[in-house]
Structure formats: C-alpha cells, structure tokens
Design a protein around this ligand. Structure first.
Ligand code: F0G
Length: 451
C-alpha cells in the first residue's frame, strides 16, 4: 500500500513525444532503431505539456521527500521516485525495479587535499544493484520494452550495460541478447550477464562494431534495443542529477564531472540539468564536464578539431575498457549539453587514470578505472584554472571497484607501466600483497616495516 498517491504521476502517457535532435521532427512513436524517420539522427524525449502547465517546483520537492517514507516499490526506487519528470506509465505495476538509484554522495577529503579543492564530492553510481550507473536507465527502458510487448531485449556493451540489461530482463521475464567485443571487457562484468541468463555473444570486433551490428539486427528482428541510443535509457539516467541536487538541498554545485564513452550519461545528466533549470528546481546551471581516456578521445578531438560540427572517430585503446569507444553514438547530444552548461572536455593518460583510481580507492570507496578519469580530469581542469579552488565539485563515479579486479591487482602488484620514471611516481600508492611464513615473527616484522 502506498502512503503517497501515485495516480497522477505528472506527465501523462500522451504527453511525451520523441524529438529528433537534428531536424526537430516530432513523433508520438519511435521506430525500433530509435532513429528519426526523416533524417536518421537520434531522438530525445520531450514533454510538450510542460510548456503550458509546468509542474510546480516546490510541490515536486515535497512529493519526492514524502515518497521516501513510502514502502511502495516505485517510491523505494531512486529513479521512479522522480517519475513526475519521466515518461508516464498507466500502471505502476508495470515497473521493473531492483531499487536502483538511492546512491550515496560521499565527501572525498583525501582527494580534496590532492587537488586543492576542499568541497569535493563523489556521487557513487557504482552502488547501484548491478554495480553501475546503467541501472538507473535500464529500469525505465526495460519497463517500456516489456510494456511494448517485446520478448527479447539486446545491447552492445563494454560490459556494464550488458550486466544491467541482463538483470532487468530477468526480473521482467524477458530474454536478453548481449553482444560484447571478444577479449576486451572485464570478466567480472561478463559473469553478471551469464548469471542473469543472457545469451552472451563475444564478437570478433570492438564495441563500435557490436553497436553497428545491433542497429542492423533491430531492423530485422523483433528485438528491443537497450543501448543508450534508446531515449528511455537517458530519461532514467537523468535521475542521477535530480537525486544529486536533492542531496545538496537544491544548491547546485559549480561543477559536475563525468566520464565519456558512448556519451549517453553526460547527455542524460545535461538534459536533467537543463530541465531542472527550466522547471525552477534549480536557479543556476552547474558546468558539466566530460573526461575521456587519451586513447578513446573522440569527443575531445571532435570539439577541438572540428568545432563540434562533425564527429572525429578514433581507433579506441585504453585499459579503462568501459570507455574503450571510438565512435560515440550520442556525441551531438553531449556536445550540446557541454555548450549549454559551459562545461569542458578533457583527456587523461593511462597513468593518470591508474593514479586517480588508487587515490579514490585510498578513500575507502573505490571505483572502476573508467570512473577514475573524473578525478584525473579534475586535476587538469584545476591546473588550467577552469575549476577554481573555492568551487564545489561533484565527480560522478560510474562503476564499482569490483567490476574490474584485474586492473586493480595489476596496479598494486606493479604489473602496469613497466619500470619507467613516470611509473615510479605511482610507487607510494601501491599496496602489493605479500607472501609470508605463517609465523608471528614474520607478521610483527611486517607491521614494524609499515609503521
Ligand atoms: N563509466 C562506466 C563504468 C561505463 O560502463 C561507461 C559506459 C561509461 C563510464 C561511459 O558512459 O557511454 O554513457 O558515456 N559503458 C557502456 C557499456 C558503453 O556498454 O557498459 P557513456
């Protein structure tokens, strides 16, 4: 039984539309490949009713607060709690939820010292049910897949999307098909897809090749695609930003920094910020910045070398395999929100990623390598003067430490970067495991050595 009335979720079913981000064409329904029927570009979901009847900002804030006391599954979800700003369902029973969202906002005192930015926070999306931010989008998109009557869902993935999709498909009684680049993703992520019962295909290509194939597949087979090209995914991922602002008592931080791969998440966060500003939930926009790995820097190059007018794709290579993407699908959306919020786009090296990951680990929270680009990027943005030391900064940590244990183990054992001078800088951060005789003396001597 709900403590809060859920019969009027704010946005009614007929009140959202799909809008093409390039030609602006509006439609009530989307094709299976979620591309514009006129020009083939990506779609986004819009809420035309907000033009005439804006939801009341103060009422929304108090409704969301009250829902925190409700035992209703849709209120317990840190995504559906904000359903007033999501595509509406006829019936809340349709929701497939694993109680996603509700992720912590941590202070990072040690990283604050390293960067010189005292007001530094991490919004840890790795604390979601399958260990990554993907769950926030997946609960919405999987729900709409089932509502549309699909038996099969599918995705191309660098690992986290597949883990999340497989879980939500299983919860919702659907079959799932996973396409991942062979040998290029973490087995920890793949093991999740296996456990949740996905049909898992390791393709002899990269992520971009998998995504291309998926787009062809959905035009031929009754399969619902759950990549972030699917605009329902981005609506769910918007709630990361809404929950963050609620945690900050609606005082916008100066900067939000997010990793960039296929660029769906940055697009979703940016959309949320712009919508919250337009609805009067926040009075000013934080700057949203995107950080990429140097070896997978398509957006960096697109903005620097082509003024954001055409995509420069790159052959992607990085040990942060989650963002090993050279041809990001949502580059236009991301370029738009960066411009709209005044954010920056930077790239960081493999060494900088490894160092930042160890520094976040030393805070006792940890994250996967792709998430650590945010801290590495912040250091650069501080050096450039783009981030001022008295500003409030939120890093979005996208994935859990346990997602990629091989990276962590290789780092601490010193199996990364060879023995060069640069790598020597990492030495103080390394905590290699030791093999000792099982004697009190050996353990005591070790304790003394580290004292
Ligand atoms: N961080 C992690 C941990 C990710 O898994 C991803 C993307 C990103 C950052 C980048 O987010 O693509 O929205 O820009 N992972 C996708 C996947 C591609 O298949 O799991 P993005």
């Amino acid at each position: 039984m709900s403590l809060v009335s859920t019969s009027t979720p704010g946005v009614h079913h007929e009140n959202f539309q799909f809008r093409c981000i390039a030609c602006g064409d509006l439609s009530d329904a989307a094709r299976q490949d979620f591309r514009c029927g006129q020009c083939g570009d990506l779609l986004e979901i819009t809420y035309p009713s907000w033009k005439n009847a804006k939801p009341d900002a103060e009422k929304l804030k108090s409704t969301w607060q009250k829902r925190r006391l409700s035992p209703n599954p849709v209120d317990l979800s840190g995504v559906w709690r904000y359903r007033d700003l999501l595509p509406a369902l006829e019936d809340e029973q349709q929701v497939i939820t694993l109680r996603e969202g509700n992720t912590p906002l941590y202070e990072l005192p040690q990283c604050a010292r390293v960067t010189g930015v005292p007001r530094l926070f991490a919004k840890h999306q790795g604390m979601n049910p399958t260990g990554s931010f993907k769950d926030a989008g997946m609960t919405v998109a999987a729900t709409f897949a089932r509502r549309a009557g699909f038996r099969w869902v599918a995705c191309a993935s660098t690992g986290n999307t597949s883990a999340s999709m497989a879980a939500y498909a299983a919860r919702g009684g659907m079959r799932s098909l996973v396409m991942v680049p062979e040998g290029k993703i973490s087995w920890s992520k793949l093991s999740q897809a296996l456990d949740y019962g996905a049909v898992t295909c390791q393709l002899r290509t990269d992520f971009d090749g998998c995504l291309k194939l998926l787009q062809e597949l959905v035009r031929k087979a009754p399969v619902y695609q759950l990549n972030s090209i699917n605009p329902f995914r981005l609506e769910g991922q918007k709630t990361l930003a809404i929950e963050l602002l609620e945690q900050l008592d609606w005082k916008p931080p100066d900067h939000i920094i997010v990793p960039g791969g296929n660029l769906g998440n940055s697009s979703a966060i940016g959309k949320a910020l712009l919508e919250m500003r337009d609805l009067g939930l926040i009075s000013r926009l934080p700057k949203l910045s995107v950080i990429q790995a140097e070896g997978a820097n398509a957006l960096v190059r697109t903005l620097r070398e082509a003024g954001g007018n055409r995509l420069i794709s790159v052959p992607a290579e990085t040990r942060a395999t989650a963002i090993r993407i050279g041809n990001p699908a949502s580059w236009k959306k991301a370029a738009h929100v960066l411009e709209a919020t005044g954010g920056a786009c930077e790239q960081v090296s493999e060494l900088e990623i490894a160092q930042a990951k160890a520094e976040i680990g030393a805070e006792g929270i940890g994250c996967e390598p792709a998430s650590a680009v945010t801290l590495a990027g912040l250091k650069k943005l501080v050096k450039q003067g783009f981030v001022k030391l008295d500003e409030t900064v939120v890093l979005v940590l996208t994935g859990n430490l346990l997602k990629d244990p091989d990276f962590t183990i290789d780092f601490h054992r010193g199996d990364m970067f060879g023995g060069g001078q640069e790598a020597a800088a990492l030495e103080p951060l390394r905590h290699p495991p030791m093999v000792l005789d099982a004697s009190l003396d050996a353990v005591m001597r070790t304790l003394e050595r580290f004292n």
